[in-house]
Design a protein around this ligand. Structure first.
Ligand code: HCB
Length: 663
């Protein structure tokens, strides 16, 4: 057989569209639907796709890229047939008024282009995996006029919809597959982040709300205009329509539930209501990370399907998700944890993981099996096939091995899933000890005792509240009143940032509040730095930090850099996508005490090891302490690569840096 590695043969009873429709109605079809390539968030990186085709014994083809940014492949019909893929994307085309023009010469080392929103994307010419954002049209904007004047894409350009009706009809009637209609680019919040820049949007939510809401509403209006045209066009053929944002990280939401409910949710609801008034399609919502706390809100907003169901994130344990939300939402994804076992595990470990997830999510329908997020470049084809086989082997409803038909002792040895994900006033130490702080401990943890002059109180609360203007004015006032720079730092800025960090760890503050405070502290440190130099005051230490080569995720790294600055460190921030040689050069040039590295992807985590080896080879290892962090980084990984320390969040990074410098 051409696809020689596939051991499983599926007894086909329904076509994909029938199967999918039942699953989306929370009913059991013949088997769990399987998705590879049905959306731009459940596809496969071109490198992994090439390997998969070869492993399946399928002939090489010219790989069509489904999404240029993520470098994911359009899954060809031979692979779809071999694996029995149950979902197909019928995306509208891009606007005729815009053509991507890739520039290969004007940015040394990169290919780059600007998209129709004005966002700049680039990919390293040497070994790059993705196009990453480097330019945001509103990065420096302060006025609503900038938003009005911007040349926005035309959401209803007829060229987008050319041939769309024929394509959806063909998919539904001729192929018997469900029709997934893609949205206008990403979700409205994601597009807000992309056009403004992640580093700006979060603090905007605290101290520039009116402006950022105007930007959001502009984007929502474009989306509604798009859906207004596309939905009647695809009529009843549309089974699923798609929206996507990123609202959570590994351990918690990025924004507070309160901000979600006040700022994001009404706009989500507006979009969903608009779609539901015009279509019977189910609404698919992609949001990575630990979103458990707002799942009821997402359901209230009108989303029917959740993706990617990041089962490795906090509170996202599959068994408890199904128990608590299985009746109200369809889980699309979650079949295998892409952060660990899919890349690093053996095929048997992948089988064990997938079997468990199918058992958890499968009973009663409401589950479409897919990996958590796009299959990354470094996932071995054996593991992809192991995933697929296990879904087919254990995902047949009514069969002996059907989901949920497990022996009574199957769950023995698995940790009991939490009833709900509770954020509470828990210091990291208390978290480690597995208990919440008492109210007295929590109060002590959050308060700074002692009396301070009013201007310093103003300064302190300005920092804690994220009111950077008030804080900066107060710092200037304090200096003018003769209070020394080192007193301001030691007695106010550092303790204030300590409180901010504690609030973050307690789940009281989220990214917007923490970033707003950290930006304020950073501004004050900049103001005070010359005074410190004048009076020969040494910083707490000097730190170089960067996100490693190939990785664009810089939100966490920026936060660590800001918190270090707020704690009195002099920080040299090398940015994202930093090659080992640049870390080495920065150490030579700046002679730091500590080097911080960040990586969020399993494909880039090995770059931390490479960077440490480069630092060793340059003979610089003994001069610096090396600290690492990022969603997938664990203490055992730290030990493996020989780093000196690890911190799970920015506040812990301050504590750990101080410890390392004392050691
Ligand atoms: Co991104 N992404 N992403 N992403 N992304 C993750 C990381 C996944 C886990 C999501 C998932 O699986 N569902 C996943 C990685 C899976 C894997 O590794 N196998 C993933 C993927 C797959 C991707 C792409 C590959 C998508 C694709 O297929 N193309 C793509 C890759 C781009 C690239 O890097 N080249 C991609 C893109 C994006 C963006 C652009 C949409 C956006 C990044 C924007 C930016 O940073 N400028 C993004 C985001 C936002 C995420 C999630 C949702 C949140 C990450 C985040 O900002 N967390 C993330 C989901 C998750 O984390 N579970 C998802 C919040 C910060 C505060 O936490 O962990 O970064 P942090 O930092 C902490 C902590 O780790 C520590 O302190 C920080 C502050 O508290 N720390 C340090 C961090 N660095 C430290 C250094 C030290 O020395 C010490 C402590």
């Amino acid at each position: 057989m051409s696809n020689r590695h596939l051991r499983i043969r599926l007894e086909i009873i329904m076509n994909s569209r029938e199967r999918m429709k039942l699953a989306l109605e929370h009913r059991e079809p013949d088997c769990v639907p399987f998705d590879l390539g049905g959306t731009v968030l459940t596809s496969i990186h071109v490198n992994a796709y090439k390997n998969l085709r070869a492993y399946l014994g399928l002939p090489p083809v010219e790989i069509r890229v489904m999404d240029i940014f993520q470098q994911i492949a359009e899954v060809d019909d031979d692979v779809r047939a071999a694996l029995g893929c149950d979902a197909r994307n019928v995306a509208p085309r891009s606007s005729a008024t815009f053509r991507i023009n890739i520039n290969t010469t004007d940015m040394p080392g990169y290919n780059f282009f600007h998209d129709e929103w004005g966002i700049g994307w680039r990919m390293p010419q040497d070994g790059g995996f993705f196009y990453d954002m480097f330019d945001h049209p509103f990065a420096a904007s302060t006025s609503i006029e900038d938003i009005k004047r911007h040349q926005w894409p035309d959401p209803v350009d007829p060229a987008r919809f050319e041939g769309l009706w024929e394509r959806v009809r063909h998919v539904a009637d001729d192929l018997g597959e469900p029709v997934i209609v893609g949205g206008l680019a990403a979700g409205f919040f994601e597009l807000t982040c992309w056009t403004r820049g992640y580093g700006q949007v979060y603090p905007d939510l605290v101290n520039n709300l009116k402006w950022v809401e105007y930007l959001m509403d502009t984007i929502v209006d474009l989306k509604l205009a798009y859906w207004e045209v596309v939905l009647p066009l695809v009529a009843d053929y549309a089974d699923i329509v798609q929206e996507a944002d990123d609202l959570a990280g590994q351990f918690s939401l990025l924004i507070s539930p309160d901000i979600y409910r006040k700022v994001i949710k009404p706009r989500h609801k507006k979009i969903c209501d608009f779609i539901k008034a015009r279509s019977k399609a189910k609404i698919f919502y992609h949001c990575c990370g630990a979103i458990r706390e707002i799942i009821p809100d997402l359901v209230e907003s009108g989303f029917d399907i959740l993706n990617p169901v990041q089962v490795s994130a906090e509170g996202m344990e599959s068994k408890a998700l199904k128990r608590d939300f299985g009746d109200s939402v369809v889980f699309w994804g979650g079949a295998v944890d892409t952060q660990g076992v899919f890349t690093d595990g053996t095929p048997q470990q992948v089988r064990d993981e997938v079997r468990r997830r199918v058992d958890d999510f499968g009973p009663g329908g409401g589950f479409v099996a897919a990996a958590v997020h796009n299959i990354q470049a470094n996932v071995p084809p054996q593991n992809i096939v192991a995933m697929w086989e296990t879904i087919r082997e254990y995902g047949g409803y009514g069969a002996e091995n059907a989901p949920g038909h497990r022996p009574a002792d199957y769950w023995q040895g698995y940790p009991e899933a939490p009833a709900s994900h509770v954020r509470s006033a828990m210091s990291p130490d208390a978290r480690l000890a597995g208990r919440a702080l008492t109210p007295e401990e929590a109060a002590q943890f959050l308060e700074q005792p002692g009396e301070v002059p009013p201007v310093l109180v103003k300064l302190k609360s300005g920092i804690i509240d994220g009111s950077s203007r008030i804080a900066l004015d107060a710092a200037e006032e304090a200096l003018a009143a003769g209070i020394s720079a080192s007193t301001i730092i030691d007695d106010v800025v550092i303790p204030a940032m300590q409180i901010v960090g504690d609030k973050f760890e307690c789940g009281d503050y989220f990214l917007p509040e923490m970033m707003a405070s950290a930006l304020g502290a950073q501004g004050i440190m900049k103001l005070l730095r010359p005074k410190l130099v004048e009076s020969k005051v040494q910083p707490a230490g000097r730190a170089v930090i960067g996100t490693v080569k190939g990785d664009l995720h810089d939100i966490g790294k920026n936060l660590v850099a800001m918190m270090w600055a707020g704690a009195g460190f002099e920080v040299i921030d090398l940015g994202p996508d930093v090659a080992p040689e640049r870390f080495v050069d920065a150490i030579r040039q700046n002679k730091p005490d500590i080097v911080g590295m960040s990586a969020l992807l399993t494909t880039t985590m090995p770059m931390m090891d490479t960077t440490i080896k480069a630092i060793e080879s340059a003979g610089l290892r003994q001069q610096v302490k090396i600290m690492v962090g990022g969603a997938g980084v664990t203490q055992s990984f730290v030990d493996e690569i020989g780093a000196d320390g690890y911190a799970p969040n920015a506040s812990a990074a301050v504590r750990r840096a101080r410890e390392l410098l004392r050691s």
